[in-house]
Design a protein around this ligand. Structure first.
Ligand code: PMP
Length: 443
Protein backbone atom coordinates (compact mmCIF):
# COMPACT_ATOMS: atom_id res chain seq x y z
CA UNK A 1 0.00 0.00 0.00
CA UNK A 2 1.44 3.44 -0.86
CA UNK A 3 2.36 5.27 2.30
CA UNK A 4 0.20 8.24 1.38
CA UNK A 5 -2.98 6.16 1.51
CA UNK A 6 -2.00 4.63 4.83
CA UNK A 7 -3.37 7.05 7.37
CA UNK A 8 -2.75 5.03 10.49
CA UNK A 9 -1.48 7.55 13.00
CA UNK A 10 0.84 7.24 15.91
CA UNK A 11 2.08 3.90 14.69
CA UNK A 12 5.51 4.54 16.11
CA UNK A 13 6.22 5.87 19.54
CA UNK A 14 9.52 7.46 18.55
CA UNK A 15 11.17 8.80 15.40
CA UNK A 16 13.88 6.18 15.64
CA UNK A 17 11.29 3.33 15.64
CA UNK A 18 9.65 4.82 12.53
CA UNK A 19 13.08 5.26 10.98
CA UNK A 20 14.08 1.66 11.62
CA UNK A 21 10.88 0.41 9.95
CA UNK A 22 11.39 2.74 6.95
CA UNK A 23 14.96 1.56 6.55
CA UNK A 24 13.86 -2.09 6.46
CA UNK A 25 11.28 -1.30 3.75
CA UNK A 26 13.96 0.60 1.81
CA UNK A 27 16.40 -2.32 1.93
CA UNK A 28 13.72 -4.74 0.75
CA UNK A 29 12.62 -2.54 -2.12
CA UNK A 30 16.11 -1.70 -3.42
CA UNK A 31 17.87 -5.05 -3.52
CA UNK A 32 19.53 -4.38 -6.90
CA UNK A 33 21.00 -1.13 -5.63
CA UNK A 34 22.45 -2.94 -2.62
CA UNK A 35 24.04 -5.53 -4.92
CA UNK A 36 25.53 -2.76 -7.12
CA UNK A 37 26.74 -0.84 -4.08
CA UNK A 38 28.62 -3.92 -2.90
CA UNK A 39 30.26 -4.04 -6.34
CA UNK A 40 31.03 -0.30 -6.40
CA UNK A 41 32.84 -0.26 -3.07
CA UNK A 42 35.53 -2.44 -4.65
CA UNK A 43 36.75 0.49 -6.77
CA UNK A 44 35.32 3.69 -5.23
CA UNK A 45 35.79 4.73 -1.57
CA UNK A 46 32.40 3.94 -0.05
CA UNK A 47 31.13 3.22 -3.55
CA UNK A 48 30.93 6.96 -4.11
CA UNK A 49 32.61 9.72 -6.08
CA UNK A 50 30.54 12.67 -4.89
CA UNK A 51 30.12 12.79 -1.12
CA UNK A 52 26.75 14.55 -1.11
CA UNK A 53 25.12 11.67 -2.98
CA UNK A 54 26.00 9.07 -0.39
CA UNK A 55 23.02 7.86 1.59
CA UNK A 56 22.96 5.25 4.33
CA UNK A 57 22.54 2.30 4.37
CA UNK A 58 23.40 2.50 0.63
CA UNK A 59 22.47 4.76 -2.29
CA UNK A 60 19.74 3.95 -4.77
CA UNK A 61 21.43 3.46 -8.15
CA UNK A 62 19.87 5.38 -11.00
CA UNK A 63 19.62 3.83 -14.43
CA UNK A 64 18.18 6.65 -16.53
CA UNK A 65 16.33 9.93 -16.63
CA UNK A 66 13.71 11.38 -18.91
CA UNK A 67 12.19 14.84 -18.68
CA UNK A 68 11.51 15.49 -14.99
CA UNK A 69 11.81 11.84 -13.95
CA UNK A 70 14.56 9.39 -13.05
CA UNK A 71 14.36 5.61 -12.88
CA UNK A 72 16.34 3.41 -10.52
CA UNK A 73 18.10 0.12 -11.15
CA UNK A 74 15.35 -1.38 -9.01
CA UNK A 75 12.78 -0.21 -11.54
CA UNK A 76 11.16 2.61 -9.54
CA UNK A 77 10.44 5.86 -11.38
CA UNK A 78 10.66 9.07 -9.36
CA UNK A 79 9.70 12.70 -9.84
CA UNK A 80 13.13 14.29 -9.71
CA UNK A 81 13.25 17.02 -7.08
CA UNK A 82 17.03 16.87 -6.74
CA UNK A 83 17.28 18.58 -10.11
CA UNK A 84 21.03 17.98 -9.96
CA UNK A 85 21.32 20.53 -7.16
CA UNK A 86 19.90 23.25 -9.47
CA UNK A 87 22.16 22.38 -12.44
CA UNK A 88 19.50 20.07 -13.87
CA UNK A 89 17.07 22.88 -14.59
CA UNK A 90 16.34 21.52 -18.07
CA UNK A 91 15.77 17.96 -16.90
CA UNK A 92 17.17 14.88 -18.55
CA UNK A 93 16.05 15.18 -22.15
CA UNK A 94 14.96 18.73 -23.01
CA UNK A 95 14.25 18.41 -26.77
CA UNK A 96 16.05 21.59 -27.95
CA UNK A 97 19.15 20.79 -25.92
CA UNK A 98 19.10 17.14 -26.88
CA UNK A 99 19.00 17.89 -30.58
CA UNK A 100 21.62 20.65 -30.26
CA UNK A 101 23.97 18.20 -28.54
CA UNK A 102 23.47 15.57 -31.23
CA UNK A 103 23.93 18.16 -33.98
CA UNK A 104 27.10 19.48 -32.31
CA UNK A 105 28.55 15.98 -31.97
CA UNK A 106 27.80 15.28 -35.64
CA UNK A 107 28.67 18.59 -37.28
CA UNK A 108 31.10 20.42 -35.01
CA UNK A 109 32.95 17.70 -33.14
CA UNK A 110 34.25 17.41 -29.61
CA UNK A 111 36.81 19.78 -28.11
CA UNK A 112 38.45 21.41 -31.09
CA UNK A 113 41.43 22.73 -29.19
CA UNK A 114 40.95 26.20 -30.65
CA UNK A 115 38.82 29.33 -30.30
CA UNK A 116 35.26 28.97 -31.63
CA UNK A 117 32.23 31.12 -32.30
CA UNK A 118 30.35 28.90 -29.83
CA UNK A 119 32.11 30.45 -26.84
CA UNK A 120 31.83 33.95 -28.31
CA UNK A 121 28.08 33.60 -28.73
CA UNK A 122 27.48 32.09 -25.28
CA UNK A 123 29.67 34.77 -23.66
CA UNK A 124 27.72 37.58 -25.37
CA UNK A 125 24.39 36.14 -24.21
CA UNK A 126 25.56 35.62 -20.63
CA UNK A 127 27.03 39.14 -20.51
CA UNK A 128 23.76 40.66 -21.65
CA UNK A 129 21.54 38.57 -19.33
CA UNK A 130 23.68 39.13 -16.22
CA UNK A 131 24.98 42.63 -17.06
CA UNK A 132 28.65 41.66 -17.14
CA UNK A 133 31.27 43.61 -19.13
CA UNK A 134 33.40 40.54 -19.73
CA UNK A 135 33.17 36.86 -18.83
CA UNK A 136 35.44 33.82 -18.76
CA UNK A 137 34.44 30.18 -18.75
CA UNK A 138 35.66 27.38 -16.48
CA UNK A 139 34.91 23.71 -15.92
CA UNK A 140 32.92 24.16 -12.73
CA UNK A 141 31.53 26.64 -10.25
CA UNK A 142 34.43 25.84 -7.94
CA UNK A 143 36.90 26.97 -10.58
CA UNK A 144 34.83 30.05 -11.31
CA UNK A 145 35.20 31.11 -7.68
CA UNK A 146 38.87 30.16 -7.65
CA UNK A 147 39.70 32.38 -10.63
CA UNK A 148 37.43 35.19 -9.47
CA UNK A 149 39.22 35.24 -6.11
CA UNK A 150 42.70 35.05 -7.66
CA UNK A 151 41.74 37.84 -10.06
CA UNK A 152 40.56 39.99 -7.15
CA UNK A 153 43.83 39.39 -5.30
CA UNK A 154 45.82 40.47 -8.34
CA UNK A 155 43.58 43.49 -9.01
CA UNK A 156 43.75 44.82 -5.45
CA UNK A 157 47.23 43.59 -4.55
CA UNK A 158 45.71 42.29 -1.30
CA UNK A 159 45.35 38.83 0.16
CA UNK A 160 42.44 38.31 2.58
CA UNK A 161 38.96 37.18 1.58
CA UNK A 162 35.82 37.69 3.64
CA UNK A 163 33.30 34.85 3.36
CA UNK A 164 30.28 33.81 5.44
CA UNK A 165 29.56 31.04 7.92
CA UNK A 166 27.65 28.21 6.29
CA UNK A 167 28.79 29.33 2.83
CA UNK A 168 29.71 27.03 -0.02
CA UNK A 169 31.70 28.15 -3.03
CA UNK A 170 33.04 24.80 -4.19
CA UNK A 171 34.65 21.55 -3.11
CA UNK A 172 37.72 23.36 -1.74
CA UNK A 173 35.81 26.46 -0.58
CA UNK A 174 33.48 25.21 2.13
CA UNK A 175 32.70 27.08 5.34
CA UNK A 176 30.48 24.80 7.40
CA UNK A 177 30.63 26.99 10.50
CA UNK A 178 33.01 29.57 11.82
CA UNK A 179 36.09 28.00 10.19
CA UNK A 180 37.07 26.65 6.77
CA UNK A 181 36.52 22.94 6.15
CA UNK A 182 39.57 20.75 6.60
CA UNK A 183 40.06 20.30 2.87
CA UNK A 184 39.80 24.00 2.01
CA UNK A 185 42.60 25.73 0.15
CA UNK A 186 44.31 28.97 1.28
CA UNK A 187 43.38 28.32 4.92
CA UNK A 188 45.05 31.40 6.37
CA UNK A 189 43.43 33.87 3.95
CA UNK A 190 39.81 33.62 5.09
CA UNK A 191 37.93 35.94 7.40
CA UNK A 192 34.55 34.43 8.24
CA UNK A 193 31.63 36.71 9.05
CA UNK A 194 28.19 35.61 10.24
CA UNK A 195 25.67 35.24 7.41
CA UNK A 196 22.73 37.65 7.79
CA UNK A 197 24.44 39.51 10.65
CA UNK A 198 24.83 43.12 9.58
CA UNK A 199 27.00 44.35 12.46
CA UNK A 200 29.42 41.43 12.20
CA UNK A 201 29.62 41.84 8.43
CA UNK A 202 30.38 45.54 8.64
CA UNK A 203 33.01 44.97 11.31
CA UNK A 204 34.76 42.06 9.59
CA UNK A 205 34.94 43.78 6.20
CA UNK A 206 35.64 47.32 7.30
CA UNK A 207 37.98 46.66 10.24
CA UNK A 208 40.11 43.86 8.80
CA UNK A 209 43.10 44.89 6.79
CA UNK A 210 44.23 43.64 3.43
CA UNK A 211 40.76 42.56 2.19
CA UNK A 212 40.95 41.71 -1.52
CA UNK A 213 37.46 40.33 -1.93
CA UNK A 214 34.17 39.60 -0.23
CA UNK A 215 32.38 36.50 -1.53
CA UNK A 216 28.75 35.81 -0.69
CA UNK A 217 25.79 33.77 -1.91
CA UNK A 218 22.51 35.68 -1.99
CA UNK A 219 20.91 32.48 -0.73
CA UNK A 220 23.15 29.89 0.87
CA UNK A 221 22.64 26.64 -1.01
CA UNK A 222 24.24 24.44 1.59
CA UNK A 223 21.79 25.55 4.33
CA UNK A 224 19.85 24.32 2.42
CA UNK A 225 18.50 27.67 1.31
CA UNK A 226 19.15 30.33 3.93
CA UNK A 227 17.95 33.48 2.23
CA UNK A 228 20.11 36.58 2.66
CA UNK A 229 18.04 39.59 3.67
CA UNK A 230 18.06 42.63 1.40
CA UNK A 231 19.63 44.76 4.16
CA UNK A 232 22.38 42.20 4.78
CA UNK A 233 23.28 41.80 1.10
CA UNK A 234 23.37 45.57 0.56
CA UNK A 235 25.59 45.92 3.62
CA UNK A 236 28.00 43.37 2.17
CA UNK A 237 28.10 45.36 -1.05
CA UNK A 238 28.46 48.75 0.66
CA UNK A 239 31.23 47.61 3.02
CA UNK A 240 33.16 45.90 0.22
CA UNK A 241 32.98 49.03 -1.91
CA UNK A 242 33.92 51.24 1.01
CA UNK A 243 37.23 49.42 1.57
CA UNK A 244 37.96 48.90 -2.14
CA UNK A 245 37.54 45.11 -1.98
CA UNK A 246 36.08 43.25 -4.95
CA UNK A 247 32.45 42.29 -4.26
CA UNK A 248 31.94 38.78 -5.65
CA UNK A 249 28.39 37.48 -5.76
CA UNK A 250 28.26 33.70 -6.10
CA UNK A 251 25.26 33.07 -8.35
CA UNK A 252 26.20 29.50 -9.21
CA UNK A 253 22.79 28.43 -7.89
CA UNK A 254 20.80 31.65 -7.77
CA UNK A 255 21.32 32.73 -11.39
CA UNK A 256 18.16 30.81 -12.33
CA UNK A 257 15.90 32.72 -9.93
CA UNK A 258 15.31 35.68 -12.25
CA UNK A 259 16.32 36.56 -15.83
CA UNK A 260 19.29 38.53 -14.47
CA UNK A 261 19.82 36.36 -11.39
CA UNK A 262 19.32 37.16 -7.72
CA UNK A 263 21.21 40.45 -8.22
CA UNK A 264 18.32 41.62 -10.36
CA UNK A 265 15.80 40.67 -7.67
CA UNK A 266 17.81 42.42 -4.97
CA UNK A 267 19.09 45.41 -6.96
CA UNK A 268 22.72 44.44 -6.30
CA UNK A 269 25.67 45.47 -8.47
CA UNK A 270 28.48 43.00 -7.84
CA UNK A 271 31.94 43.70 -9.23
CA UNK A 272 32.25 40.05 -10.23
CA UNK A 273 29.54 37.39 -10.53
CA UNK A 274 30.31 33.69 -10.47
CA UNK A 275 28.11 31.30 -12.41
CA UNK A 276 27.84 27.61 -13.22
CA UNK A 277 25.39 24.73 -13.15
CA UNK A 278 22.38 25.18 -15.48
CA UNK A 279 24.20 27.68 -17.72
CA UNK A 280 26.10 24.78 -19.30
CA UNK A 281 22.80 23.24 -20.40
CA UNK A 282 23.57 20.07 -18.43
CA UNK A 283 27.26 19.82 -19.37
CA UNK A 284 30.06 20.61 -16.85
CA UNK A 285 30.32 24.40 -16.69
CA UNK A 286 31.39 27.47 -14.77
CA UNK A 287 31.90 31.17 -15.50
CA UNK A 288 33.03 34.35 -13.79
CA UNK A 289 32.66 37.86 -15.08
CA UNK A 290 31.88 41.46 -14.37
CA UNK A 291 33.78 44.74 -14.32
CA UNK A 292 36.05 45.24 -17.30
CA UNK A 293 38.95 46.72 -15.31
CA UNK A 294 39.02 43.66 -13.04
CA UNK A 295 38.53 41.06 -15.77
CA UNK A 296 41.41 42.63 -17.72
CA UNK A 297 43.83 40.89 -15.36
CA UNK A 298 43.07 37.82 -17.47
CA UNK A 299 43.62 39.51 -20.87
CA UNK A 300 46.35 37.40 -22.54
CA UNK A 301 47.36 40.34 -24.72
CA UNK A 302 48.96 41.86 -21.62
CA UNK A 303 52.38 40.49 -20.77
CA UNK A 304 51.64 40.51 -17.06
CA UNK A 305 48.25 38.79 -17.39
CA UNK A 306 47.26 36.06 -14.98
CA UNK A 307 47.05 32.69 -16.65
CA UNK A 308 43.69 30.99 -16.78
CA UNK A 309 43.75 27.49 -18.20
CA UNK A 310 41.27 24.65 -18.37
CA UNK A 311 41.15 22.05 -21.11
CA UNK A 312 37.37 22.00 -21.19
CA UNK A 313 36.71 25.73 -20.57
CA UNK A 314 35.30 26.12 -24.09
CA UNK A 315 34.20 22.54 -24.73
CA UNK A 316 31.87 22.48 -27.71
CA UNK A 317 29.05 20.60 -26.00
CA UNK A 318 28.72 22.91 -23.00
CA UNK A 319 29.00 26.05 -25.11
CA UNK A 320 26.33 24.83 -27.54
CA UNK A 321 23.94 23.36 -24.97
CA UNK A 322 24.32 26.27 -22.56
CA UNK A 323 23.59 28.83 -25.25
CA UNK A 324 20.62 26.91 -26.66
CA UNK A 325 19.05 26.53 -23.24
CA UNK A 326 19.44 30.16 -22.24
CA UNK A 327 18.51 31.62 -25.62
CA UNK A 328 15.57 29.39 -26.49
CA UNK A 329 14.31 27.45 -23.46
CA UNK A 330 14.91 29.57 -20.34
CA UNK A 331 13.77 32.88 -21.78
CA UNK A 332 13.08 35.72 -19.31
CA UNK A 333 9.35 35.04 -19.45
CA UNK A 334 9.73 31.31 -18.84
CA UNK A 335 12.12 32.06 -15.99
CA UNK A 336 9.66 34.41 -14.27
CA UNK A 337 6.69 32.03 -14.60
CA UNK A 338 8.73 29.06 -13.42
CA UNK A 339 9.94 30.81 -10.28
CA UNK A 340 6.43 32.09 -9.53
CA UNK A 341 5.35 28.44 -9.60
CA UNK A 342 8.22 27.63 -7.21
CA UNK A 343 7.05 30.34 -4.82
CA UNK A 344 3.56 28.84 -4.93
CA UNK A 345 4.96 25.38 -4.14
CA UNK A 346 6.99 26.73 -1.23
CA UNK A 347 3.93 28.50 0.21
CA UNK A 348 1.87 25.30 -0.07
CA UNK A 349 4.58 23.37 1.78
CA UNK A 350 4.85 26.10 4.40
CA UNK A 351 1.09 25.92 4.91
CA UNK A 352 1.01 22.16 5.49
CA UNK A 353 3.96 22.35 7.87
CA UNK A 354 2.38 24.81 10.33
CA UNK A 355 2.48 23.50 13.89
CA UNK A 356 5.16 20.92 13.06
CA UNK A 357 8.93 20.61 13.28
CA UNK A 358 9.16 21.03 9.52
CA UNK A 359 10.31 24.38 8.09
CA UNK A 360 10.61 25.35 4.44
CA UNK A 361 13.03 28.01 3.22
CA UNK A 362 14.01 29.18 -0.24
CA UNK A 363 13.29 31.36 -3.22
CA UNK A 364 11.52 30.51 -6.48
CA UNK A 365 12.09 26.95 -7.56
CA UNK A 366 14.97 26.28 -5.11
CA UNK A 367 14.04 25.33 -1.55
CA UNK A 368 15.18 23.63 1.61
CA UNK A 369 13.04 21.36 3.78
CA UNK A 370 14.23 21.22 7.37
CA UNK A 371 13.22 19.16 10.38
CA UNK A 372 14.18 21.04 13.49
CA UNK A 373 14.09 20.21 17.17
CA UNK A 374 12.34 23.51 17.91
CA UNK A 375 10.35 23.90 14.67
CA UNK A 376 11.92 27.36 14.19
CA UNK A 377 10.31 28.97 11.13
CA UNK A 378 12.77 31.89 10.89
CA UNK A 379 16.11 30.43 9.85
CA UNK A 380 18.66 33.19 9.34
CA UNK A 381 21.84 31.14 9.29
CA UNK A 382 23.33 27.78 10.25
CA UNK A 383 23.32 28.66 13.95
CA UNK A 384 19.50 28.75 13.92
CA UNK A 385 19.28 25.26 12.50
CA UNK A 386 19.03 22.59 15.18
CA UNK A 387 18.29 19.64 12.99
CA UNK A 388 16.33 16.62 14.13
CA UNK A 389 18.28 14.12 12.05
CA UNK A 390 15.99 11.17 12.78
CA UNK A 391 13.03 13.09 11.40
CA UNK A 392 14.88 14.43 8.35
CA UNK A 393 16.16 10.95 7.52
CA UNK A 394 12.69 9.47 8.03
CA UNK A 395 11.29 12.11 5.70
CA UNK A 396 13.85 11.20 3.06
CA UNK A 397 13.10 7.46 3.27
CA UNK A 398 9.36 7.99 3.05
CA UNK A 399 9.51 10.50 0.18
CA UNK A 400 11.74 8.09 -1.75
CA UNK A 401 9.18 5.40 -1.05
CA UNK A 402 6.45 7.69 -2.41
CA UNK A 403 8.42 8.20 -5.64
CA UNK A 404 10.13 11.57 -5.04
CA UNK A 405 13.83 11.79 -5.72
CA UNK A 406 15.12 14.24 -3.12
CA UNK A 407 18.46 14.86 -1.41
CA UNK A 408 18.88 13.53 2.09
CA UNK A 409 19.75 17.03 3.29
CA UNK A 410 16.33 18.22 2.13
CA UNK A 411 17.16 20.47 -0.79
CA UNK A 412 14.71 20.70 -3.67
CA UNK A 413 15.42 22.18 -7.12
CA UNK A 414 12.44 21.83 -9.42
CA UNK A 415 12.99 20.84 -13.05
CA UNK A 416 11.50 23.00 -15.78
CA UNK A 417 8.41 21.28 -17.19
CA UNK A 418 7.55 19.34 -14.03
CA UNK A 419 3.73 19.17 -14.12
CA UNK A 420 2.02 21.05 -11.30
CA UNK A 421 0.04 17.86 -10.51
CA UNK A 422 3.29 16.17 -9.50
CA UNK A 423 4.22 19.08 -7.24
CA UNK A 424 0.71 19.03 -5.78
CA UNK A 425 1.11 15.29 -5.19
CA UNK A 426 4.35 16.09 -3.35
CA UNK A 427 2.53 18.61 -1.14
CA UNK A 428 -0.16 15.99 -0.45
CA UNK A 429 2.43 13.33 0.42
CA UNK A 430 4.27 15.75 2.71
CA UNK A 431 0.96 16.61 4.39
CA UNK A 432 0.17 12.94 4.91
CA UNK A 433 3.68 12.29 6.23
CA UNK A 434 3.19 15.04 8.82
CA UNK A 435 -0.22 13.66 9.71
CA UNK A 436 0.99 10.05 9.87
CA UNK A 437 3.75 10.97 12.31
CA UNK A 438 1.85 13.69 14.12
CA UNK A 439 2.73 12.39 17.58
CA UNK A 440 6.46 12.72 16.94
CA UNK A 441 6.48 15.75 14.64
CA UNK A 442 4.13 18.32 16.18
CA UNK A 443 5.44 21.25 18.18
N1 PMP B 1 28.98 27.87 -5.49
C1 PMP B 1 27.77 27.47 -5.12
C2 PMP B 1 26.83 28.44 -4.47
C3 PMP B 1 27.37 26.15 -5.36
O1 PMP B 1 26.16 25.75 -4.98
C4 PMP B 1 28.27 25.26 -5.99
C5 PMP B 1 27.90 23.81 -6.28
N2 PMP B 1 27.00 23.22 -5.45
C6 PMP B 1 29.53 25.74 -6.35
C7 PMP B 1 29.86 27.04 -6.10
C8 PMP B 1 30.53 24.82 -7.00
O2 PMP B 1 30.12 24.46 -8.26
P1 PMP B 1 30.66 23.09 -8.92
O3 PMP B 1 30.02 21.95 -8.21
O4 PMP B 1 30.25 23.21 -10.36
O5 PMP B 1 32.14 23.11 -8.76
Amino acid sequence: MPLSTDNAQSRYATASDALEAAKLRFEKKNASSLRLHNEAIKSLPGGNTRSLLHTAPFPVFLRSGKGYQVTSEDGQTFTDLVGELTAGLYGHSQPLIQSKLIETIKNVGLNLGGTTTLEMRHAALICSRYKLDLVRFTNSGTEANLHAIQGAKRFTGRKKVVVFSGGYHGGCYTFPGDRPAENNVDKEDWIIAEFNDIADTKRKIEESEDVAAVVVEGMQGRGPCFVGTTEFLHQVQASAKKVGAVFILDEVQTSRLAPGGLQELEGLKPDITTLGKFLGGGIAFGAFGGREDIMRVYDPRETSALGHSGTFNNNTLGMAAGYTGLAHAYTPEVCRDFNAMGDKLRHCLQDVSQGTKMTVTGLGTIMGIHFLQDGNKELRNYKDRREDTDLSTLFWFEMIEEGFWITQRGSVAVILGTPWEQLQRFVDCVGKFLERHRNIISV
